[in-house]
Structure formats: C-alpha cells, structure tokens
Design a protein around this ligand. Structure first.
Ligand code: FAD
Length: 325
C-alpha cells in the first residue's frame, strides 16, 4: 500500500467535514404572510445556512411571487437561494426563458423537479411540454452551456428530489433508484429527499443508491414534526405515512408546549439517525416558521464552519451606487 499523499494528510481532510445546513421556504400568499416570512428569514439568516430553497408551484402557479422572493433574498440578505423549478405543464421554450431569467437575476442553484399533477386531472400538457425532472436537468445544462461566458465558465448547481419511501407513482423503490441514477447522468449535482418518518429510511435509500452507482450527495429533508394537522396533510400530499406512535403522542399531548417538545425531539432523533448514517447535510422544511426549526438546530449541535458575518449586500442596484460613488 502506498503512503498517504500530502492532500490526504492535510488537516482539512483529516477532521470531520462540516455538515451543510439549508432551509426550505415558500413564497408568501398575502402581505401579512410576507411580513411574518421576513421575520423568519432574518432569524434563519443569523444561523449562516449554506443556502435557502424557494418552492415553486407546479406549472408556475406562483411564478411571480417566487421570483420576487428570490430577488429579495439575493438583494437584501446574505443568503444564497436555491430556486425550485417544476417542468410539468410547461414547454421547453417557456422553461428555457424562466431558467435564463433566473440566471440573469443571479440565481446559481436550481432544484429541478417535475411537480405534482393536480388530482382532478385539470393540468393540460401543451405540445412540447417536458414530462420528467430528467428532461429539465438537460434543459438547464443546455441553457448553461449557451451562457458559459456570462457564468464565468462556472456551473449552475442542480439539485433533484430523492425518495426514502417510494414515489407514489413509481412501480418500485428499484425504479426510484434508476430514476435517481438517470438524473445524476443527466447532470444533477445533489439530491434532497422527500420527508420521511422512519429513522432507517434515509440510510436504506443511500445504501441502495450507492450500490446502483449514485455518487452525488443525498441530503435528508427533515420536517419539524410538531403539528398533527400538517403531518396528516403532508401524508396525503406525498403519500408518506406518518409513524402511528408519533401521531398518537401528538394527539394525546396536554397542550401546544407538550406537542412542540414531542415533535422537536422526534425530528432531532430522525435527523440524528440520518447524520449517523453519514448524511452530508440537513435540509429543514420550515413551513416559513423559524421557532421549531431553530429548536431542532439547537439540539442537533451541528458541526458548522466558522464564517464571518459578511456585510449585507447592497440593496441598491450596482449602477446607481457606482454612479453615486
Ligand atoms: P421525476 O423525477 O420526473 O419523477 C416523477 C415520476 O416519474 C416518478 O414516479 C418517477 O419514478 C417517474 N419517472 C421519472 N423519470 C422517468 C423516466 N425517464 N421514465 C419513466 N418514469 C420516470 N413540487 C412542486 O410542485 N413544487 C416544489 O417546489 C417542490 N419541491 C420539492 C422539493 C423536494 C426536496 C422534493 C423531494 C419534492 C418537491 N416537490 C415539489 C414535489 C415533486 O414535484 C413531486 O414529488 C413530483 O411528484 C415528482 O417530482 P420529481 O422531480 O421527483 O419527478
């Protein structure tokens, strides 16, 4: 066996790698919701996350509010946004235009998704529309290639969805892994998982993915399990059944404080199990609320890099401040 080389023995490689931290936000639907979201954003910003993701309604139902939130994050905070983008119901031309706009506004990370079909079957598939997230990844890489100079030859970080419990439309978990591998081959850089409620599901997904040749980081998506109503609604939306013992414990809690304590501890246990299985980061589904997310974070005591708090980005356009200076 050859001796370890200089790179392998460098201190950066011998200490444990820091854990990535990210949050999911959704575009607010009312001015009051926007005010409350901005309080949450300020609280989350203080924890120095690596990025915050912004959801996108299937077929672009909330395109304007999503773009507005992304732009404000870029211009008014130190946060790096990851823009979710769904392709269902949109043509390749429409999507290429949206991706171009995102890049021109300064977004450098996109979570490429198919989006959910409405249950009432109301969604029209215009001719030339994309069918799978894999098609969207290839489209983004195509737009990126045409704009290499603008990106200073850099790449857009493309994330994709992965499923610890089977995707509801998928024939099997093996098929889910084949799809994840296909998304990697098309240019995905990392994956974030759908919510899951059993501690072993994340480790099992990673084991199966690695065996099949998936090498990209798979980041567990963890939701603070403090609201029974949200847990059940999410179960309906995603097809992922909440654990009956947790549902029972939340339902029989004496008050909101007790429910919160039970839910935060269950979330910490889930995230800790994923970290013990080698998860490279934690993605917290915040539902635009910081309280429970920060409690989970506090209890997790993640190993995070020490970062200086950078000066707030300029809120005024560059041209205006350059002219003024
Ligand atoms: P795909 O990878 O296209 O998979 C969809 C189905 O098609 C699966 O059953 C898959 O097995 C099958 N499939 C895929 N490719 C092929 C192929 N080549 N051949 C045959 N079958 C194939 N939804 C939103 O509307 N907005 C959001 O912002 C949003 N954010 C999300 C964030 C995360 C982290 C996750 C996990 C999900 C998110 N979703 C969001 C939900 C997501 O859109 C749904 O789960 C959707 O049903 C599938 O999206 P996908 O990107 O996994 O699709």
């Amino acid at each position: 066996m050859s001796p370890p080389n200089l790179i392998q023995t460098h201190p950066l490689h011998t200490v444990s790698a820091p854990v990535a931290l990210s949050y999911e936000l959704f575009p607010p639907r009312t001015p009051a919701a926007s005010d409350s979201l901005w309080k949450t954003i300020k609280e989350l910003e203080a924890t120095n996350p690596d990025y915050v993701s912004v959801t996108y309604g299937a077929s672009g139902t909330n395109r304007d509010t999503a773009v507005e939130l992304l732009n404000r994050l870029l211009n008014e905070t130190t946060l790096r946004p990851l823009a979710h983008l769904t392709c269902v119901g949109n043509t390749a031309e429409e999507l290429a235009e949206i991706v171009t706009d995102l890049l021109e506004n300064g977004v450098r990370g996109i979570l490429a998704l198919r989006g959910d079909h409405p249950r009432d079957g109301s969604l029209e598939h215009p001719p030339g529309s994309l069918h799978h997230a894999q098609d969207l990844i290839e489209l983004i890489r195509g737009v990126e290639q045409r704009r290499t100079a603008l990106l200073c030859a850099g790449r857009v970080a493309i994330g994709v969805a992965a499923y610890p419990a089977k995707h509801p439309e998928s024939p099997s978990q093996e098929h889910d892994i084949e799809v994840l591998l296909a998304k990697q081959r098309s240019g995905a850089d990392f994956a974030i998982t759908q919510v899951f409620f059993h501690a072993g599901q994340y480790a099992d997904l990673v084991r199966r993915a690695r065996r099949a040749g998936v090498t990209i980081p798979i980041i567990p998506g963890v939701m603070p399990l403090t609201s029974l109503r949200r847990l059940q609604r999410l179960g309906d939306l995603t097809g992922v059944e909440p654990v009956p013992e947790l549902v029972r414990a939340l339902a029989s809690a004496d008050d909101d404080g007790e429910r919160r304590r039970i839910g935060v501890q269950a979330t910490v246990d889930l995230a800790r199990a994923a970290l013990d299985a080698g998860a490279p980061g934690i993605h917290l589904y915040t539902f635009n609320e910081h309280g429970a997310a920060l409690e989970v974070l506090d209890k997790l005591q993640l190993l995070r890099p020490d970062r200086p708090t950078f000066a707030r980005r300029r809120a005024t356009p560059l041209s205006a401040s350059v002219l003024a200076g």
